[in-house]
Design a protein around this ligand. Structure first.
Ligand SMILES: Nc1ncnc2c1ncn2[C@@H]1O[C@H](COP(=O)(O)OP(=O)(O)O)[C@@H](O)[C@H]1O
Ligand SMILES: [Mg+2]
Length: 335
């Protein structure tokens, strides 16, 4: 293992999904020094697995640079890429992914055997790694005879088989109860001492206390919420862009807005045209998702902009209170 560090700059990962473009990672910077444990934190769907796949050389990013130990991962091809995946990075998955018919030491030895290491040497190294993760006495057990926490320890040992500079763990504690999760967390913390960079993803914040660095994949919104206010847009200008993060919900005072979705092929799909008293942009902020469509002013536009909280209380609340009368039907549009 050579001393190595992770350096990601301006990373973009975009997928074409159901005909439109999804951009879970958009302009991310990330650093991990040797011996540092970095936690990638964010809810389901925010791009944790995508990011780890890029670091592991499994997924090619849309743009940006990924350096691991000075190697430009995004430009590796063919044999060099295969070598990178085998030697430089090790993987640990949420679901352990052990081979049921092999015992613990055979599972750990598997990547070495596949790389052509002699069986006796591979098994010897597997025994040392199982000792390192505290499972020396379970080396000859099949996965079905091990607890979830023990299986994940075997998977960590397997991830270390090739002595990688960087260990990538994708939600390694998500399938474990908190006692077993604690065991895996303290194991990952111990492994820093070997001088490896460890990058762990998680959707909950239990891992935060042990992290040397936390990367929030969904930016946390500002605490100082803006009070409801008037915003004006000239005809043709954009209120918000698909994929952007936003915290405001809009109610139209005057003018017309079109809601359009940008398609993966570069085209656009018109989803709705809205006028006075219609509102839009509520789902993204409510759910903590990026905007799922672009909103553009068709004519000169006056909008009342609300925080989610104010929108709930002042717009939805008053619509509900008045719903015995004749309120305008609430448009359901993507936001
Ligand atoms: N192969 C793919 N094709 C299209 N969309 C994808 C693909 N993989 C992931 N996505 C989308 O990218 C987003 C991020 O996914 P993922 O990286 O798995 O997030 P996480 O691991 O944080 O749950 C999700 O919206 C997901 O639906
Ligand atoms: Mg995932």
């Amino acid at each position: 293992m050579s001393a190595s560090s992770v350096e990601v700059r301006d990373l973009v990962i975009e997928y074409a999904s159901g005909g439109y473009a999804v951009r879970p990672i958009d302009g991310l910077d990330l650093d991990a020094a040797p011996g540092e444990l970095v936690v990638l934190l964010g809810p389901s769907g925010c791009g944790k697995t995508s990011l780890l796949s890029v670091l592991g050389g499994i997924l090619r990013p849309t743009s940006g640079s990924v350096r691991v130990g000075g190697v430009a991962v995004e430009s590796l091809r063919g044999a060099a890429l295969a070598e990178y995946r085998k030697q430089t990075v090790g993987f640990v998955f949420q679901a352990f992914n052990l081979i049921p018919s092999l015992n613990a030491r055979e599972n750990v030895a598997m990547p070495l055997l596949m790389a052509g290491v002699k069986r006796s040497r591979a098994l010897e190294r597997a025994d040392r790694l199982l000792d390192r993760v505290g499972l020396a006495d379970r080396a000859r057990h099949k996965p079905s005879k091990l607890s979830g926490g023990q299986q994940q320890r075997v998977a960590v040992a397997r991830g270390l088989a090739a002595d990688p500079a960087v260990l990538l763990a994708d939600e390694p504690t998500a399938n474990l109860d908190y006692i077993q999760a604690e065991g895996i967390i303290s194991l990952l913390r111990d492994l820093r001492a070997d001088g490896r960079s460890i990058v762990v993803s998680s959707h909950d914040d239990r891992l935060v206390p042990i992290a040397d660095r936390v990367v929030h994949l969904v930016p946390e919104f500002r605490e100082d919420e803006q009070p409801p206010h008037l915003e004006e847009f000239a005809a043709g200008s954009v209120v918000f862009e698909q994929g952007a993060r936003g915290e405001l919900v809009y109610v139209i005072r005057s003018g017309t807005v079109e809601i359009i979705r940008q398609l993966a092929d570069g085209g656009v799909e018109q989803l709705a045209t809205l006028g006075p008293d219609d509102y839009f942009g509520e789902l993204g902020p409510l759910l903590g998702f990026p905007r799922s469509a672009t909103a553009r002013a068709v004519s000169d536009l006056q909008l009342m902009a609300y925080s989610v909280q104010d929108f709930r209380e002042q717009v939805l609340g008053s619509a509900r209170a008045a719903s015995n009368g004749h309120t305008k039907p609430v448009p359901v549009v993507p936001s």
